[in-house]
Design a protein around this ligand. Sequence first.
Ligand code: ADP
Length: 457
Amino acid sequence: MNSKITIGKEEWCGLHDLGMPAIKARIDTGAKTSSLHAFNIRLSTEDGIEYVDFDIHPIQDNRKLIHTCRAIVIDNRYIKSSSGDKESRIVIKTNVTLNDETWEIEVTLTNRDSMGYRMLLGREAMKDRVLIDPDSSFCLGNVDEQAIAKNYKSALPKKNGLNIALLASNPKLYSNKRIIEAGEERGHKIRFINIKQCYMNISQSNPQIHYQDEELLSDIDAVIPRIKPSMTFYGCAVARQFQSMGAFCLNDFDSITRSRDKLHSLQLLSKYKIPIPVTGFADSPVNTTDIMRMVGGAPLVIKLLEGTQGKGVVLAETANAAESLINAFKSLKANILVQEFIKEADGRDIRCFVIDGKVVGSIQREAAEGEFRANLHLGGTASPVKITAQERKIAINAAKAMGLRVAGVDLIRSRTGPKVLEINSSPGLEGIEAVTEKDVAGLMIECIERTIAKRKR
Ligand code: ADP
């Protein structure tokens, strides 16, 4: 063997067996095994040999280019992720070329799109081969990405791809951009549909949706509703219309309406014996003292029924403050909930992202200094968290109680166990994808693929 080569924290390496002349890899001595970001992972057996076909975006930050690889499966291994969760991963063997040297390494396939680099080169792959200079990059030289791009094809809609409508208001939002990318990279035709620009013909025999310049929206297989709170009424009406035209709606319009009503949601959760903080609701100011007593007295939390992103949530530290606040809200004819204050949560809550009856990722959110609300919009920070089996079960049951296939279930850890604070029917993807490094948007698309395939069967 030649003398060791010196490499930096990122390098271009060749994976010629997989048809990739150069891929930018992060050199990660913290990881034992190397990994490749793969999606559309398909397994098959030929002559007793197990193969894996998978797609990869070979160039960082370019989801338009796509490359399909095939390799022999050598193992299926559990790998611990940054949040401590175990993830089952396919393992393949392939040759890696760095400088002029080529050697065989093991690589796990993972769907961690937000990790940025398409490849992580772990300790095992580098053993006795390289010296690492963690302060440098591209010690072996840089590569012209545009020249490399010519080796790959653009992702085109598949012949049997679905016609998906993303029903939302702002195409520039991270979550909406990611959903479109995830749909396209799986070969579907996915289109942003602005709720406001839809209008409908509610006829029994031929329900229709017209869009913008009188274009007729027909042949939509599936709808992903991402309806902002102020558009709930009209957005749900459009989703309902799509459903009556035969499209599959990832979240049913009924379940969205239900989850938007905080009081109704809490009543449903309590019906299904899902733990929630002690909560009171009353219509007239006469009941103020009694309602405060009912939830255990001050300190307590008062929530505007129509509030979102923590904006309508206030903490009343004393009985006097609580009484004045409640009466003030009442005089404005605002609908409010009065809730026990879970002090021991210490400004933290947990967001569990549920898709199709599974928690696909969870993050802990921590309130900014001097704040008790953990909302990221209010300066809260997100970090990985390992949830308990009980928390997982509660999150799954809460989404089920609301009838939501996709839900962000917010839990708070209290002295007497986890309690559900809220269920969001359009949970944001940015925080959860960044912290868990999971392709959550892709998992939403896969849920549509599964359900439609099942319906066809
Ligand atoms: P929103 O829908 O406006 O986000 P939430 O009910 O989720 O309203 O409350 C916002 C934040 O306030 C929560 O994420 C949590 O950190 C905090 N919070 C809410 N209710 C309580 C409570 N009963 N005790 C302690 N903290 C709470």
